[in-house]
Design a protein around this ligand. Structure first.
Ligand code: ATP
Length: 336
């Protein structure tokens, strides 16, 4: 069942043009010129119930704008956007009961109140019954380790602790969809890991549909089965992380550890990218002679302690994609 449907959605921001300087200030009083910016352009996609989708793109690609439209905060300029069969901006109250929203850079908590008071307030606002509230509170505070600071005022929490509370609160009313805009921004490795594990559980076991934006590819790789990449408001990729890696990088990384430093070894089918003496790293084309054959030939001449073959890491793949986009942009500006 389709839970989110975007059909040719466009969002255009319109702002007054502000003139600077003292003459400009005067001009501002008498002229009304507009600057228009297209943040989301003719975008179509659909998301099935229970999916976990990562929404990715360079800065300014229109990701937050899309989440704001899906949660009913902004209205599309053109096209049709439906969440749970409704237009989010028209049915904000009804939709709010079925969605959870976490903005990594903006808090929904009461700064001066203890954490537990924000939970209580959420119970009241969302009309959660006492037994459901108790069950949800116990479950999420336990899974996210919130108990130890539940009586502290929110302003005294670390960023990692606050994000755990934001996520727990957003799930308290048992929403069917959870929207997260950069939920791990600024967190350390352990805090990121805990949140990723938790979101995976919520998606796998509670079947909550997840729509997440992040600049951290690990978030997407570890939580989402599908990723949509946008640039300048357009979709440039929709598929799995593995498919993207295969499409953009036909190379794999081969690491060989020798018992004794054999000196520089050139392999015709591979490029030496790092040489630490005992440990050498090569890039091998997927289509070239098999790595197995290469290893066979090497082990006939040298004593090898260990070797491994890995896919290129996904950050490098995305970097390559963004570089390609930048190059295209430069080319078209030259042509223009
Ligand atoms: N309220 C607004 N008024 C005018 N322009 C806006 C407004 N909000 C966003 N924009 C513009 O729309 C474009 C998309 O912004 P948006 O915040 O959706 O991008 P994003 O992909 O979330 O970026 P980031 O990764 O940096 O958070 C940007 O060019 C931005 O300057």
């Amino acid at each position: 069942m389709k839970i989110i449907e975007a059909c040719s959605v466009t969002k255009q921001y319109r702002q007054y043009r502000r003139f600077s300087g003292s003459f400009g200030a005067l001009k501002n009083l008498f002229t009304r010129e507009y600057i228009e910016e297209i943040a989301v352009k003719d975008l179509s996609f659909s998301i099935e119930d229970g999916e976990a989708v990562g929404y990715l793109g360079p800065n300014g690609a229109g990701k937050s704008t899309m989440i704001k439209m899906m949660t009913g905060i902004l209205v599309p300029s053109k096209g049709e956007l439906k969440v749970l069969g409704e237009f989010p901006h028209k049915s904000r109250k009804r939709i709010a009961q079925q969605i959870g929203v976490v903005f990594g850079q903006r808090s929904q908590l009461w700064w001066d109140l203890p954490v537990i008071d924000s939970f209580d307030l959420h119970k009241y606002l969302y009309k959660i019954s006492e037994p459901d509230y108790k069950k949800g509170l116990a479950l999420y505070t336990d899974l996210l380790g919130i108990g130890e600071f539940i009586n502290k005022p929110v302003r005294q929490l670390s960023l990692g602790q606050r994000m755990r509370v934001e996520i727990a609160i957003s799930l308290l009313h048992e929403p069917r969809i959870l929207f997260l805009d950069e939920p791990t921004i600024g967190l350390d490795v352990l805090a990121k890991d805990q949140i990723r594990r938790f979101l995976r559980t919520v998606n796998n076991e509670k079947k909550v549909t997840i729509f997440l934006t992040s600049h951290d590819m690990k978030d997407i790789e570890e939580i989402c089965q599908r990723m949509i990449i946008v640039n300048k408001g357009n979709i440039i990729y929709d598929g799995t992380v593995t498919e993207l890696r295969e499409k953009l990088s036909n190379q794999r990384q081969m690491t060989i550890k020798f018992h004794q430093d054999p000196g520089r070894i050139e392999i015709p089918e591979a490029i030496l990218t790092k040489d630490d003496g005992l440990r050498k790293i090569y890039l091998v084309e997927r289509s070239s002679k098999s790595t197995f054959e290469i290893m066979n030939q090497l082990s006939a001449c040298y004593s090898i302690e260990d070797f491994s073959i890995e896919d290129i890491d996904i950050d490098s793949v995305i970097r390559k994609l963004y570089q390609q986009l930048n190059e295209k942009k430069m080319e078209s500006s030259k042509l223009g």
